[in-house]
Ligand binder design. Sequence first.
Ligand code: ADP
Length: 173
Amino acid sequence: MAQIVLVRGDITAQEVDAIVNAANSSLMGGGGVDGAIHRRGGPAILEECKRIRAAQYPDGLPTGKAVATTAGNLPAKWVIHTVGPVYARESDPASLLASCHTEALRVADELGAKTVAFPAISTGVYGYPTGEAAPVAMEAVLTADSAVEEVRFVLFDADAYEAFERVLRSEED
Ligand code: ADP
């Protein structure tokens, strides 16, 4: 089972093998964490996303699935792009959010990544309440069958950090 670490900060600065992007299904970049990753990582990431779209996912990456690209100029080696659920649009957002985490860890295993950083997927523009997303994300990584040694949740704002910390503390009790 992976060790869980919580960090308040910017995922693009993390020195880990892979960082996870809360992408949208187009894989063509966007706002929030997606925008920050493409901005800091440079054009090599988008070029690889375009190749993946053309070769594997002409209609876009489905919600809950994950694919890897280079991390370009970022300190990480890879970016694992996953598409979180739009909270208001899905009847079962929790299973899709859990799938984002297990699929990202499966891709990390294929790459041989041992340290992986996740943002709080879906809790920005996609509207997933942080207090609901945190236990789903945590449970998914704690129960995943993966060789990843460290999962680092990188929380951008105080609210998200506190939600994940509450869940981690309750796991430890
Ligand atoms: P989604 O569309 O999946 O909701 P967002 O990027 O809008 O994705 O938000 C997901 C989470 O990522 C939010 O909690 C947001 O505050 C956070 N976030 C935004 N920028 C960064 C960053 N540079 N590093 C880590 N987390 C970030």
